[in-house]
Ligand binder design. Structure first.
Ligand code: PEP
Ligand code: MG
Length: 567
């Protein structure tokens, strides 16, 4: 058994399709300049045709932002700086085209890979993908065509490029296993979007199997077995069937109420990063969107998105989620999230620095554009807006004042805006949790951001492995902050949700329910399981459980309590 990272859940028992790309041997040769330029130009045209064909084949199967990868690839083939430098090298050194492509692309790839910004590191992957294609055309090599697969297989490869993944046909491709890659690599993200089981980063695989070998892909626990025994085949077939049956049984809860055995209702919502994610929330029975992280709109662009582009994105989300509520979080940039086109001075403690609402209240030019776009979109559904990283009442008042100013401006311009937009805030700084009863007099709702609330309460960087032992959602101190926030909201008749990862944690749900949380927002794929758990619990019993937990002294005690009382 070979272990890897489970990147997209499922189990497949099938046959190996070995995807090995031809090796391009690059040697420097002296060559005829005109011939090489011609080869280069032909290769560019052929590469563009390939990319267009792959994209056309993927339309309807991949989301728009994934299709955009192919536009990025086309742009590489049209980039005057990139292509110009290759031509220069051929002319100046009288060298062969594939060598010139190799030299120039290596320079660009090295430059992009050395940048910290993930946006630029992705550009390095784009250039690699495109130059490989160009070189195979120059050398007359053939890349295996995944679109011709017409029997059930599991693909085994060193890695899958985005273009490989886009060509996968779900009817025949029952999964893939790769030697390299992680949960957030492009191919893993696409596998989840296509719902194809995938195990990535499994180490050497290609030298352990032959084309057509039987294979078990366990993308629940991250394992691969080549040439399994009859007993293993039976065991994993059963595991796959159980997984499919569980998934299928949860579907019955798609339209069920999120209600406890004693009649207490809560709302289950989804977290999204792009308008395309709404579909997953709806398909998984989400009652609304509890967190729309709008920063991705800014991070996926090469400049600040204008009012029109933002309006369109917000309108799409609102329309597709209607009549359900959509909680849009205003720009939360800074900390670990940077914008390549908006540089700020380096900070010693970026998580404690110039970020989120602090930045927006300073750069009101940026903030106002977003508020206007949101206000204009508000007529297309049920919009709630929340501000991230609120620490003081004054910050909330300032943000609200800007919102009201833009509302007035738009009304004066004759633009229709909704009159019942809720204005709330994230509670992710302990100061806000402690003063929740005061904040609740001004905010319409709270959403607890435990990802940050825990790091700020424990003074433990959420990105730092060395202090990850302090990242304790079940620590009674965190539970008390959550309780104070919920009680503060309820005292003023306001609702309180949670959009941090803790809200979708199966173990935490009974406690959060008992603490009185009104809304749970999580990744779409967790919603149905959360509903199943809630429907099996008694609210009165969970209130008692939560009370006991609040009076414990350690995380371990709370976990023990949960293990004892919740199945
Ligand atoms: C949080 O802090 O819990 C949260 C939901 O926001 P993010 O993870 O985007 O910081
Ligand atoms: Mg946060």
């Amino acid at each position: 058994m070979i272990k890897g990272i489970a990147a997209s859940a499922g189990v497949s028992v099938s046959k190996v399709f070995k995807l090995q790309h031809p090796v391009v041997n690059i040697e420097k040769r002296e060559a005829n300049v005109e011939e090489e330029i011609k080869k280069l130009q032909d290769a560019i045209v052929a590469t563009q045709k390939d990319i267009e064909a792959i994209k056309a084949n993927a339309v309807g199967r991949l989301a728009d932002e994934e299709l955009a990868i192919f536009d990025a690839h086309l742009m590489v083939t049209q980039d005057p700086e990139f292509i110009g430098q290759i031509e220069e090298q051929i002319k100046n050194d009288s060298v062969n085209a594939e060598y010139a492509v190799h030299e120039v692309s290596s320079m660009f790839i090295g430059m992009f890979e050395s940048m910290e910004d993930p946006y630029f590191r992705e550009r390095a992957a784009d250039i690699k993908d495109v130059t490989y294609r160009m070189q195979t055309h120059i050398l007359g090599l053939i890349i295996p065509d995944l679109t011709t697969i017409n029997e059930e297989v599991v693909i085994v490869a060193e890695d899958l490029t985005p273009s490989d993944t886009a060509q996968l046909n779900r009817q025949f491709v029952k999964g893939f296993a790769t030697e390299i890659g992680g949960r957030t690599s492009h191919s893993a993200i696409m596998a989840r979007s296509l719902e194809i089981p995938a195990v990535v980063g499994a180490g050497s695989l290609l030298d352990k199997c032959e084309h057509g070998d039987s294979i078990i892909l366990d993308a629940i626990d991250g394992a691969i077995i080549f040439k399994p025994t009859e007993a293993q085949i039976a065991e994993y077939t059963a595991k796959g069937e159980a997984f499919a049956a569980h998934k299928e049984s949860l579907k019955a809860l798609k339209d069920a109420e999120s209600v406890t055995t004693d009649g207490h209702h809560v709302e289950l919502a989804g977290n999204i990063g792009t308008p395309n994610d709404v579909e997953g929330v709806v398909n998984n029975g989400g009652e609304g969107v509890g967190l729309y992280r709008t920063e991705f709109l800014y991070m996926d662009a090469s400049e600040l998105p204008n009012e029109e582009d933002q309006y369109n994105a917000y309108k799409t989300v609102l329309e597709n989620m209607a009549p359900g509520r959509v909680v849009v979080r205003t720009l939360d940039i800074g900390g670990d999230k940077e914008l390549s086109y908006l540089k700020f001075p380096h900070e010693m403690n970026p998580f404690l620095g110039y970020r989120a609402i602090r930045l927006c209240l300073d750069r009101t030019d940026i903030f106002r554009v977003q508020l206007r776009a949101l206000l204009r979109a508000s007529v297309h559904g049920k919009l709630s807006i929340m501000f991230p990283m609120i620490a003081t009442i004054q910050e909330f008042r300032d943000a609200k004042a800007l919102f009201l100013e833009e509302k007035k401006n738009l009304t004066k311009e004759g633009v229709a805006v909704s009159d019942d937009i809720e204005l709330g805030m994230m509670v992710e700084i302990p100061a806000a949790a402690i003063l929740a009863d005061q904040f609740a007099k001004e905010a319409d709702f709270f959403s607890i951001g435990t990802n940050d609330l825990i790091q700020y309460s424990m003074a433990a960087d959420r990105m730092n492995e060395k202090v990850s032992y302090l990242y304790q959602p079940y620590n009674p101190s965190i539970l008390r902050l959550v309780k104070m926030t919920i009680d503060g909201a309820h005292k003023e008749g306001k609702w309180c949700g949670m959009c941090g990862e803790m809200a979708g944690d199966e173990k935490a749900i009974p406690l959060l329910l008992g603490l009185g949380l009104d809304e749970f927002s999580m990744s779409a794929s967790s919603i149905l399981e959360a509903r199943r758990i809630i429907r099996d619990l008694s609210f009165a019993e969970m209130q008692e459980l939560a009370n006991t937990a609040l009076n414990m002294s350690t995380t371990e005690e709370v976990l023990e309590l949960l293990a004892k009382h919740v199945a």
